[in-house]
Design a binder for this molecule. Structure first.
Ligand SMILES: [Zn+2]
Length: 753
């Protein structure tokens, strides 16, 4: 079918999300959108793909189905022609998506059964006479039973990792991003894709804004292996047929087979035809293209209850849709159970030309897959919610070691109490002294011992709270020294980071999180946070925390999934060194844009959002009971990315609503203006305890800046400045002197007579 039809098919999928169409949404495959995304990133992939197709058409001229038939019966297979080493990366957040080894094995077994034509549901393969349309009197005999191929491809879990260490071919990674599976996540754990077929198993796939994807693959074109995203990603409850993926629940043990087919160069049957009803929907001649009619009330003819007909027959006689094929894609619960002979030929061509390194004998030795059974020691693995605490604070550890039976666990907590522990679940560890500390876990099982050391894994911060004085002004990035102030950005996955950017609410820079329309660096739903140092707000009257931000929502490119509105901005406080956080403000998708509401909130893709003036910024402030009046108060701003445009943050302040602390600050620095009121001039004096950056400005009562009296560095000691009314054209009235010493601001009223 034409590309257009395919796109509309995807559109129907999108409608289902909003409830207009009911269908088996969880069976969607994201491979086509992935290819479009890759081509947008790198147009040479399309050239490589076109070249492969041109070569393949030449090959088809001499293709003979007989060359791909095998005579072996079920259970008496010849040795496979291609053995492919596999690594399965299980991303988990300690939930049910941390699937068992048995579940992984069940999928590998099914892959081999399906690729070697050894599945048991072949009864659904049809042979017989079919009419070409409901109205037609013509009938044709088709035999899909004899088209089924033993692909002679076998998948084996690796027994050696890329470093030559013993492995059972299963890697487990603890990360909350398992609910946001995409290319970004793949890069967190990938083995050399020229040597291993990488399979990533996740809780949920969240490429762009497209939800409900069961799996997606990367086609072989343009890479020849070697790309860090090359492989397939599948959700855990469609991986294997035991554990979380059981028949009757989400019945698709075939999802990985389908995706592996893509990975070996096979398309959906409606994929590449340039002829609206040609027979080459997938470039393979023995599979008929499937038809899609977007205006029909039963839009997808490629479905079980219509499987005998193909509307393409209005142009030329066509065979019934081959819904038996693993690469087919239809609504309903029909069984997929075969690759065709020519699909086999095409996969062999990919293996011979593009994925050749995988199955060479040298690589089979490198990956250990022709060795005997792997008997590896268990893998020591652990994590913690946050590796940060303050003096006398505690940290809890989560043990998720894996790899068979583990008889002993031996923990060492440098700087902690207790300093050692033996057992699977360590107690809460207390840290008394500021510093950075290692954590070590040694695990022992019947096949040996392994040790994991995380150097400087724990950061214990000194228990010193800053006093915010009058206004603590954290707009330090305009001076580019923000790293020194004890504030830090925290990223769920640090590939996309806030950077200093020369657009601001005031002064000359803000911090910007740059948009990432292709989700190369940011998973949809990723959290980006700014965490303050610890403040002592004891006895403060009405402290507040505020900042400005600027943001536009965005229409994602269609291939990433279309519209998008899931961003969220939150403000938290913590009084236990960041161990727990209390939500103090939430700005959801309907209100988050600073450029408008409804459609005005959303910029088209391709337009780079920059706030052109102060009206494009919004203030967020928490105060009153939302701000704890205790020691050790931390503030956190958290932005949930959802594929929108650039996000800016500026003018972060912690302040006090009354003049109390202004008085304290004035007293501390012995500030005075003499005389005040004054007629012609007044002398400002103040004492610095150390060399400081000082800025002195004069404002009128409306907040209009009248002039800068001083800007620069002053030494410790008593300082004096003369203010003459004529130099700033001050008429009679009230004015404010704003004295800013290294970010701390003091406002003092003066009166010109
Ligand atoms: Zn697919």
């Amino acid at each position: 079918m034409k590309r257009l039809d395919m796109k509309k098919l995807l559109l129907i999928g999108a409608l289902a999300i909003s409830g207009h169409v009911v269908m088996a949404q969880q069976h969607r495959c994201g491979t086509d959108e992935h290819l479009e995304t890759l081509i947008k990133q790198n147009p040479s992939i399309k050239e490589a793909k076109d070249k492969f197709e041109a070569d393949y058409r030449q090959f088809q001229a001499t293709y003979k189905p007989e060359d791909y038939k095998t005579t072996q019966q079920l259970g008496k297979k010849a040795a496979p022609k291609y053995i492919i080493p596999v690594v399965v990366h299980v991303f988990h957040n300690n939930g049910s998506e941390n699937i068992s080894e048995a579940q992984v094995m069940s999928e590998i077994n099914y892959l081999n059964k399906s690729f070697r034509n050894a599945v048991s549901d072949t009864i659904n393969r049809r042979a017989g006479w079919f009419k070409t349309s409901p109205e037609s009197t013509d009938s044709f005999y088709y035999d899909y039973k004899n088209l089924a191929a033993d692909s002679e491809i076998e998948f084996r879990l690796a027994k050696k990792d890329p470093q030559g260490n013993c492995t059972n071919g299963i890697v487990r990674i603890h990360t909350p991003l398992t609910s946001k599976g995409n290319d970004d996540l793949k890069r967190m754990s990938v083995w050399d894709t020229k040597r291993y077929f990488n399979i990533w198993v996740v809780r949920q796939i969240n490429r762009g804004n497209t939800i409900g994807i069961a799996g997606y693959a990367q086609f072989p074109f343009g890479f020849g292996g070697g790309a860090s995203t090359d492989g397939i990603m599948v959700i855990h409850n469609e991986f294997g047929n035991v554990g979380t993926s059981q028949p009757g629940q989400t019945p698709n043990v075939t999802t990985s087979t389908h995706e592996a087919g893509h990975w070996l160069g096979l398309y959906h049957p409606f994929q590449i035809s340039t002829d609206s009803c040609g027979l080459d929907g997938d470039g393979v001649m023995d599979t008929p293209p499937t038809y899609f009619n977007p205006s029909s009330t039963e839009p997808l003819r490629n479905r079980c209850n219509n499987k005998s007909f193909n509307t393409c027959s209005t142009e030329k006689p066509d065979r019934p849709d081959l819904q038996e094929a693993y690469m087919d894609y239809f609504i309903g619960n029909c069984a997929s159970n075969m690759f065709t002979l020519e699909q086999k030929a095409r996969m062999h061509k990919v293996l011979d030309e593009i994925r050749r390194t995988l199955w060479q004998e040298e690589n089979l030795r490198f990956t250990g897959v022709i060795d005997g059974p792997a008997t590896c020691p268990p893998v020591a693995a652990f994590n913690t919610q946050s590796g940060i605490t303050c003096e006398d604070g505690t940290i809890s550890y989560l043990n998720f070691s894996y790899g068979g039976t583990i008889s002993t666990y031996e923990w060492t907590f440098e700087g902690g109490t207790p300093a050692t522990f033996t057992g699977a679940t360590p107690p809460v560890i207390k840290y008394a002294t500021a510093g950075k500390y290692d954590v070590t876990l040694k695990v022992t099982g019947p096949n040996g011992t392994s040790t994991t050391v995380l150097n400087d894994y724990v950061t214990v911060q000194p228990k010193v709270s800053q006093l915010p004085k009058s206004t603590y002004f954290a707009d330090w990035w305009y001076q580019n020294n923000w790293q020194e102030q004890g504030w830090k950005f925290v990223y769920e996955n640090p590939k996309n980071q806030f950077v200093r950017f020369p657009v601001s609410y005031e002064n000359n820079a803000s911090m910007r999180l740059t948009r990432d329309p292709f989700n190369i660096n940011s998973s949809i739903g990723s959290l980006f946070s700014l965490v303050s140092p610890s403040f002592n707000l004891t006895d403060m009257t009405n402290p507040y925390f505020e900042f400005y931000y600027a943001f536009a929502q965005a229409t994602l490119p269609a291939n990433v999934g279309g519209g998008n509105t899931q961003e969220e901005l939150k403000v938290f406080t913590s009084t236990d060194c960041g161990k727990s956080w209390q939500t103090r403000a939430t700005i959801g998708s309907g209100a988050i844009s600073t450029i408008g509401t409804g459609s005005a909130a959303v910029l088209a893709s391709g337009i780079d959002f920059m706030p052109s003036d102060q009206s494009k910024w919004k203030l967020v402030r928490i105060n009153g009971n939302a701000v704890p009046k205790t020691e050790n108060v931390l503030f956190k701003i958290e932005f949930k990315y959802s594929g929108g445009n650039n996000f800016y943050i500026d003018n972060v302040r912690i302040g006090l609503s009354t003049g109390l602390s202004q008085d304290l600050l004035a007293e501390k620095i012995k500030f005075s203006a003499q005389p005040n009121p004054f007629n012609q001039s007044t002398q400002l004096s103040y004492e610095l305890s150390s060399k400081e950056n000082v800025l002195v400005k004069v404002y009128d009562i409306t907040g209009k800046e009248m002039g800068v009296l001083f800007e620069g560095v002053q030494d410790a000691g008593m300082q004096k400045l003369e203010l003459d009314r004529n130099t700033m054209n001050l008429r009679s009235g009230f004015y404010f002197i704003e004295l800013s010493i290294n970010g701390n601001r003091l406002s003092h009223k003066i009166v010109v007579e």
